[in-house]
Design a protein around this ligand. Structure first.
Ligand code: ADP
Length: 156
């Protein structure tokens, strides 16, 4: 069984993330979407909100499971029997960060590969930061995030 883990902050999960999740779920038998807490980062949504938003957004994709870690993603991957970490690339600006992250992960465990999926056309500009910024400035974000995420924004 080919298993992969797709880690991220998902603060919140966007249609760009969901596109990567769906495409990865076509390639792998099982995809773990891993909501990761980094103690160095400040989040807009709570861990519970980020987890629930991801769970509700992925509920119709049968081979996707949403999980959580506040530890090292590579170790979580190993624990779950995942050989692959999936990440998304939107633009050249993502490359430097992702390249270093992949190298750091390889340093921790070189049996786990990082594989990249390019953003689908029309989705490359979507980021959690823009979505939050748009929402706070009354720009309609309904085409940028899954329905459950909108609900969590409205609760705020
Ligand atoms: P992190 O804080 O770990 O970067 P994010 O939630 O911002 O977490 O992103 C998780 C992954 O999804 C990253 O690899 C990022 O490049 C990718 N990603 C984010 N938005 C998009 C998008 N619109 N299209 C493709 N990949 C994306």
């Amino acid at each position: 069984m080919k298993k992969a883990i797709y880690p991220g902050s998902f603060d919140p999960l966007t249609n760009g993330h969901l596109d990567i999740i769906k495409r990865a779920s076509d390639v792998f038998d099982k995809v773990y979407v891993c909501v990761a807490d980094n103690p160095m980062k400040k989040y807009f949504f709570t861990t519970e909100e980020r987890l629930n938003m991801a769970k509700e957004s992925c509920k119709d994709i049968p081979n996707v499971e949403v999980i959580y870690t506040d530890g090292v993603v590579v170790n979580k991957a190993h624990e779950l029997g995942c050989k692959v970490i999936v990440r998304g690339l939107r633009a050249v600006t993502d490359f430097e960060f992702e390249f270093q992250l992949a190298a750091a992960n390889e340093f921790i465990n070189d049996e786990i590969e990082t594989m990249f999926l390019m953003a689908s056309s029309g989705k490359g500009f979507i980021s959690s930061s823009y979505v939050k910024d748009f929402y706070l400035n009354n720009v309609d974000i309904s085409s940028l995030v899954p329905e459950p995420v909108l609900k969590y924004f409205k609760k705020r």
